[in-house]
Design a protein around this ligand. Sequence first.
Ligand SMILES: Cc1cc2nc3c(=O)[nH]c(=O)nc-3n(C[C@H](O)[C@H](O)[C@H](O)COP(=O)(O)O)c2cc1C
Length: 184
Amino acid sequence: EIGLDSIPVAPFEKTLIVYLSRTSNTKAVAEMIKAQTGGKLVALELTTPYPADYRTTVEQVAQENASGFLPPLETRIDSIEKYDLIFLGFPTWGMQLPPPIKSFLDQYDLAGKTIAPFNTNAGYGIGTTFDQVKTLAPKSIVLEGFSTQGGMERDWVLFVMKGEKETAVSDQVKRWLNTMNTPW
Ligand SMILES: Cc1cc2nc3c(=O)[nH]c(=O)nc-3n(C[C@H](O)[C@H](O)[C@H](O)COP(=O)(O)O)c2cc1C
């Protein structure tokens, strides 16, 4: 593990915030990071979006994970080389990294860059997601990640980042960012 405080400073021009979000909880965390860092915010969109139905999506994701299918991304990131620090946000899906995040890590060369992963989940935790980021970005420095409980779509609990929860998560995000050796 590399301590957050040993990472060099990355100004906002060199900070990218990339995220995948279906029910906007991870998006809300991404926006909190944007508010504090001033980095460039990019949502990952798919060429063929997942179905609206939750159970169908769970099954499709399980098949994609089993076969190693990498869903094509509609989103293109211009000049990724200009970024030094990449915040990478995703929900836990099937206790793993969502396939579109695997697509992103496969498609872009992040060698030498610092990756700060962040996650929301239904309460079952990060699963293997943070470890998978390290495996799929072997030439990057992967920082200690941030995770918080988000929605529980299975039980029709969708967006939860509002009211007291939003305030609490925003404070947690600030504490996480403040452990980094950055000018924010
Ligand atoms: C296909 C799918 C699979 C999921 N699998 C898990 C899981 O394995 N563990 C978990 O804690 N939450 C799981 N969830 C719940 C999401 O991680 C949680 O609702 C998260 O906050 C959603 O983030 P979002 O609002 O940014 O899409 C799953 C959700 C979906 C849609």
